[in-house]
Write a new protein. Structure first.
Length: 52
């Protein structure tokens, strides 16, 4: 159920940012966020880096 929701949200994001496919969007997202620790993080904590 959660995977379906993630897939649906991903499809919407792909359409809104103009990527040709989900695979291209996923590749770009993996590149951009490689090494960012999201586990047990808040949006503010990840977004501000060391400035928080």
């Amino acid at each position: 159920m959660v995977q379906n929701r993630v897939r649906e949200q991903s499809e919407v994001a792909v359409q809104r940012v103009g990527y040709a496919s989900q695979a291209r969007y996923a590749t770009r997202a993996n590149f951009l966020f490689d090494g960012v620790g999201f586990l047990n993080s808040t949006v503010l904590g990840v977004g501000c880096g060391t400035a928080a």
